[in-house]
Design a protein around this ligand. Structure first.
Ligand code: FE2
Length: 250
C-alpha cells in the first residue's frame, strides 16, 4: 500500500516507473512469506508501533513524506529484520527466499536515497525542516516503542505476547527476567553479524540526505536517540549483500 502510494503521488515520471516495480516487488514478498507462514508457521498481528508508523506514512500530506516513511524508515526496518532472520534461521528455504527478498529491499532503500537526496538539496529551507521534523517524528515512534521495554519485546505488543504463549514461556516470568538482567547490567548488544535497523541503517540513511538539521539534532538528543552517521553497513547492504556473509551466500 505504501509503495503504491508513492507510485501515484510522486510527480517525476522515472520515479513513478521505479515505484511501480517496487510495488510489484512488495506484492511478491507478501505472497512468498504468506505461503511460507501457511506451510510451517503461525501468523501474528502487526506490532502497534509499526502500524502507527505505516498509518502516519499513508496519511502524510506530501509524497516526499510518504517516501521518507516508506523508503527510508520502513525499508530500513525491513532490511535489518531480514538480515537478522537470514543470519539466524536454520531453515534452508527461509534462508534462500529471504536472500532474494533482501536483494529487492536493498534496491528500495537505494531508490529513496537517489531520489530524495537531490530533492532535499534543492528544497526551500522551511520545507526541508518540515521533512526533517517528519523523519524525527517517525523515528521517535519506533524509538519510544523500543525504549518502553528496553527492546521490541514489550507487554504493549499483543503479537509478542502471543509468541511467548505459543512458545510455552510464562509472560510474567519472561518480563521479570528481562528486568533482572537489566538491573544486573547485562547488555542487549546484538550477536555478531546481526544489525541494528535504527543505528546501522535508518539514522545513517536520514543523515545522508541531510535530514538531521541544526534544529532537529537536539530533538534526537533529548529523546535519547543516538545519531549514527556511519554508512558502512548501509552501503554494504545497498550492494545487495547481507553483512559479512556475501561470499558464503554466493
Ligand atoms: Fe521494500
Amino acid at each position: 500500500m505504501t509503495a503504491a502510494c508513492v507510485t501515484h503521488s510522486v510527480p517525476d515520471a522515472g520515479a513513478k516507473l521505479y515505484a511501480a516495480t517496487q510495488t510489484m516487488d512488495e506484492a511478491r514478498h507478501v505472497e512468498v512469506y504468506a505461503k511460507y507462514c501457511d506451510k510451517i508457521a503461525m501468523t501474528y498481528p502487526m506490532s502497534p508501533w509499526l502500524k502507527a508508523l505505516i498509518d502516519a506514512t499513508l496519511k502524510s500530506d506530501r509524497h516526499e513524506k510518504v517516501m521518507i516513511g516508506m523508503n527510508m524508515i520502513v525499508e530500513s526496518l525491513a532490511l535489518g529484520a531480514f538480515n537478522n532472520m537470514y543470519r539466524t534461521t536454520t531453515c534452508p528455504l527461509l534462508k534462500k527466499l529471504t536472500f532474494n527478498v533482501m536483494r529487492d529491499e536493498s534496491r528500495h532503500v537505494s531508490f529513496g536515497h537517489i531520489y530524495l537526496g537531490p530533492v532535499f538539496a534543492k528544497m526551500h529551507k522551511d520545507d526541508r525542516e518540515e521533512m526533517a521534523q517528519f523523519a524525527f517524528d517517525a523515528v521517535n515512534v519506533l524509538a519510544s516503542a523500543q525504549m518502553q521495554g528496553g527492546s521490541l519485546a514489550s507487554r504493549a505488543d499483543p503479537g509478542f505476547l502471543m509468541v511467548l504463549d505459543n512458545s510455552g514461556i510464562d509472560r510474567d516470568d519472561f518480563f521479570k527476567g528481562m528486568e533482572e538482567a537489566e538491573a544486573d547490567g547485562i547488555s542487549q548488544a546484538l550477536p555478531p553479524g546481526q544489525i541494528h535497523a535504527l543505528d546501522d541503517l535508518m539514522m545513517p540513511a536520514i543523515a545522508r540526505v541531510g535530514l538531521i538539521t541544526e534544529r532537529t539534532r537536539p530533538l534526537y538528543e533529548e529523546a535519547g536517540i543516538p545519531i549514527s552517521e556511519d554508512l558502512r553497513v548501509l552501503e554494504a547492504m545497498e550492494g545487495g549483500h547481507p553483512v559479512e556473509d556475501s561470499a558464503a551466500a554466493e
